[in-house]
Write a protein that binds this ligand. Sequence first.
Ligand code: UDP
Ligand code: MG
Length: 322
Amino acid sequence: MKLAIVSPCYNESEVLPASVKRLTDLMNDLIAKQKISQDSFILFVNDGSHDNTWELITRFFTTNPYVRGINLSANMGHQQAIMAGMMTIKDRCDAVITIDADLQDDLAAIEEMIDRHAEGYDIVYGVKVSRCADPFLKRHAALTFYKLQQRLGVKSVYNHADFRLLSRCALEQLSHFKERNLYLRGIIPLLGHKSTTVDDVISPRVAGHSKYTLCKMLSLAVDGITSFSTKPITLIIGVGFFFMFISLLMTIYVVYSYCKHLTVPGWASLMLSMWFIGSVILFAIGIVGQYIGKIYIEVKNRPLYHIDTFLYDEGDEKKNQK
Ligand code: UDP
Ligand code: MG
């Protein structure tokens, strides 16, 4: 089995040398055990880094027999970088494993993924069994998000990020998904292939710091819900019905107080309800706007990524294709 390990890198120069060493040891081990073929490789996707990540990848490409590299022309984002890597090598391997460049995921799980693939599984998800390495807030925010997704009917694997194996066949299927608002954790369960999970024990970063800013995380979370579920719109309709019911009660109350010559509620309550209903309307417009925004982006059908350089060797001769 020819394996490709795809790893997105954004400003990862601090951690890359250690990661290359660990992955090289792993490749040697897997080849010695005859689990993967000798022409298996590691593909680093440089996602528009500002440090010397690409220089390092280029250097490793010339010195390390397993290393290949892709340089994206700008910072496209984690999901796009993974997709760029997978789609570029989908016809050059039998299976691909995606893993973050900081190797926080469990490397021991890779061998297990390969075994599951050999048993006939097309998709093998790495499921986090412990998130102790994540900060308290991030850990709880992530778990709450996974639960919310399930409540909203988004088909996703609980506590799984982007550490997974995909067979060539699954990759081919994935290539037919042309959406721009990319959330792979939601798309891959839609492929419908035979899948299973392996345990993934997360460890702390060995060097560098997290490249997932709060903004990037929130944007991924929004994509994770609005790209797959229309339940928020249904919820708004529910809220609309609820307010209609309240206004009916209010009408009855106003008629009753008019008949009984009771004092009409004054300015304060009027203002309060105006503000309250105004905010509900704005909120509803905001949610509907999310979907319209997505339609707008999909209709434009922009390319998902632009590859600047692709380093790949055919046989003994290493070629640098521009
Ligand atoms: N990453 C990327 N593009 C980005 C942000 C992150 O390719 O815009 C990569 C990053 O280099 C790493 C992976 O995505 O390999 C996950 O990022 P990180 O480890 O910083 O996230 P965390 O583990 O803290 O959630
Ligand atoms: Mg990380």
